[in-house]
Design a protein around this ligand. Structure first.
Ligand SMILES: *[C@@H]1O[C@H](CO)[C@@H](O)[C@H](O)[C@H]1NC(C)=O
Length: 407
């Protein structure tokens, strides 16, 4: 009797396994990556299943990386010029934008299902600058998904101008680290940064009376956006940046500005900071008395120095930056001595803090670049000291995962 019973149990068991296998063959469960996926043109693309997953922030990025091969069969969206950076970037962006098959359609007005919600719901903004952000596998999105309150893009005029007076219509702003490796089709300032920012903000600012930023849970927090001028034709680059790339964001009211009439600083969702070879002359920045766009507003801020926070004209800046080695020099220390102690000692902290405080008194947020990022224990000790003892506002961070784990 017992023999028959156990045979029945075994049979039922095998039958169940077979049923599960068959159910999986239609691909509907293959999102979890357990089983090889069968290509079937009538099946829903896997990213549509993801809309209901509800995971956000770094966990969402990990999920995408772990299941990347699930996305390789998604046909390119007709007319979507965005694709072509990498499978990871392209499929992640499709997920964020919820791009279905067929022609692209306008983004839906639904803050709850917005790109911002998908990226940053339950993500705590942290005082971190996503250093070399444009180098990451997910420019812009990765920093924001980790809660980094600041991002950056190195911009170049493309093609290389032959004269400073060339008409700006001939140029675009390409994003990249090295002039030799620019990709003027996929890696432009609007495709990687200003376009997605406008899309993100449109979706969370479409309901009257609600003002949203890039962080879902902290809609009032601004995103600092450093634009690093790489080309020597500073003036041409600046005009192009303003006319073509920042104007749409300014027109929608998304940019922090200094009101040239009331002398008030008005914070908005994105705060543009110019760094690198930017124009030093406010006459160029404002292009006359009434601001670059003739609306009595200054939408960009020059980066000041922590060493000389008052060197720029009043109200030209909202942030100051210096390198760790310059600050050490000023305090009579060397990087070696800090490394050998494993931290900044009391008198160094006192010296540096007085400089950071001077910036704060001038109304400037602070960032220190070039702080050693290795060994890891030393680097995180210095992060803690910067935030807790110096009062630094934005940590210059390469490893976002590590930074997020300490806050
Ligand atoms: C700078 O801003 C302050 C306060 O917002 C104002 O009192 C001052 O006049 C401004 N200075 C200039 C040069 O705009």
């Amino acid at each position: 009797m017992n023999g028959v019973k156990s045979w029945t149990v075994t049979l039922v068991f095998y039958f169940l396994i077979l049923a599960v296998l068959i159910a999986n063959l239609d691909g509907s469960s293959s999102i979890f990556g357990f089983l090889p996926k069968r290509v079937n043109s009538s099946q829903k693309p896997p990213h549509l299943h993801l809309q209901r997953l509800g995971i956000t922030g770094p966990r969402l990025l990990r999920f995408f990386q772990d299941n990347l091969l699930e996305f390789q069969d998604i046909p390119p969206v007709p007319g979507d010029e965005q694709s072509g950076i990498s499978l990871y970037y392209d499929s992640f962006k499709k997920y964020l934008y919820e791009i279905p098959h067929g022609p692209p359609r306008p983004l839906e007005c639904n803050p709850d299902k917005s790109i911002v919600a998908k990226l940053t719901r339950d993500v705590q903004p942290i005082p971190v600058h996503s250093h070399n952000d444009y180098w990451r596998d997910l420019p812009l999105f990765k920093g924001i998904a980790h809660g980094a309150m600041s991002t950056e893009a190195d911009v170049w005029l493309y093609p290389k101008p032959t004269s400073a007076e060339a008409p700006q219509d001939d140029y675009i702003l390409a994003v990249g680290h090295n002039e030799v490796f620019l990709d003027p089709v996929h890696r432009t300032l609007d495709k990687l940064y200003t376009g997605p920012l406008a899309d993100m903000l449109d979706q969370v600012n479409c309901v009257g009376g609600h003002k949203g930023g890039v962080f879902y849970d902290s809609p009032e927090d601004t995103l600092f956006f450093y634009i690093d001028f790489k080309s020597q034709e500073t003036h041409l680059l600046y005009n192009l940046l303003m006319d073509k790339y920042l104007k749409p964001l300014a027109d929608k009211g998304y940019l922090t500005y200094f009101d040239l009439e009331s002398k008030e600083l008005v914070w908005n969702q994105v705060t543009v900071v110019l760094t690198g070879d930017f124009p030093r002359d406010l006459g160029v920045i404002d292009d006359g008395e009434h601001g670059y766009f003739e609306d009595d507003r200054r939408y960009v801020f020059q980066e000041a120095s922590i060493l000389e926070p008052m060197a720029l004209e009043a109200n030209a800046s909202v942030v100051s930056t210096s390198s760790f080695s310059d600050l050490l020099d000023k305090c009579g220390y060397s990087e070696k001595s800090v490394l050998s102690q494993g931290q900044m000692d009391g008198s160094l902290i006192k010296c540096m803090k007085s400089m950071v405080t001077r910036s704060h008194e001038a109304g400037l947020r602070t960032r220190i670049w070039g702080v050693p990022n290795w060994p890891v224990g030393f680097a995180t000790k210095l992060w803690h000291q910067q935030v807790e003892h110096l009062g630094v506002d934005l940590l210059n961070v390469d490893n976002l995962e590590l930074a997020q784990s300490i806050f």
